[in-house]
Design a protein around this ligand. Structure first.
Ligand SMILES: C[S@@+](CC[C@H](N)C(=O)[O-])C[C@H]1O[C@@H](n2cnc3c(N)ncnc32)[C@H](O)[C@@H]1O
Length: 192
């Protein structure tokens, strides 16, 4: 890992720990395992997609997971973080400035109200069930774009439910940080 990437990841973890009691960026009980449970978990996207195209849109970013981690791994990639919580976006803007991530922006908005982003890549973690996410993907992904959705243990049930109203291609990547979780790689979305 490059020195600046490693230094930024350490600095990012320190910022989350500093702000967490005020804003609740991650569940307090998980703070002790921040590096593994949240940062390494998010870094899986960089491993799965080592040379991504932009723009990359991260929706419901919260404290920057996974979008800010993607921006750290790919400092040339334009990454937009979006969250409806203004306090979290204030944290993200501070983190972006302090980490010197010129490639990354943070926007306070509801994802439903954001103009279509035409994103080449889109990520979301712990935001909503898949059937509620797919309309966001339909609105914000470029026609040949790809979504990277970090899902918990119910991912199979969510996939079945989403397929009732939508058709899409899905590739399943088992999570390396949680054996029950998966990363869903979704593309070619059509109304079903
Ligand atoms: C459970 S948190 C997950 C945050 C982060 N992705 C993570 O994995 O730690 C969900 C986040 O989505 C944001 N959110 C929920 N609904 C939203 C919407 N409609 N538009 C934008 N952000 C939304 C919330 O403010 C919150 O920060």
């Amino acid at each position: 890992m490059s020195a600046s990437r490693e230094a930024r990841l350490v600095q990012y973890a320190a910022l989350i720990r500093k702000w967490n009691s005020a804003i609740n960026l991650v569940a307090p009980a998980s703070l002790a395992q921040l590096e593994q449970r949240h940062i390494a978990d998010s870094a899986q996207l960089a491993r799965l997609h080592p040379d991504p195209q932009g723009p990359w849109l991260d929706i419901g970013s919260g404290g920057g997971l996974p979008g800010l981690v993607v921006a750290i791994f790919h400092p040339e990639l334009p990454v937009q973080l979006v969250d409806s919580d203004r306090r979290k976006v204030a944290f993200l803007q501070t983190a972006i400035r302090e980490l010197g991530l010129a490639n990354c922006t943070a926007t306070a908005a509801r994802i439903e109200e954001l103009p279509p982003a035409d994103a080449a890549n889109l990520s979301a973690r712990a935001l909503a069930p898949l059937d509620r996410l797919v309309p966001y993907l339909d609105r914000h992904l470029a026609q040949d774009g790809t979504a990277w959705l970090m899902k918990g243990r119910n991912w199979q049930t969510e996939l079945t439910a989403a397929r009732r109203n939508w058709r899409f291609d899905a590739e399943i990547h088992p999570s390396t940080t949680d054996p029950a979780a998966a990363i869903l790689q979704i593309s070619n979305i059509r109304h079903g």
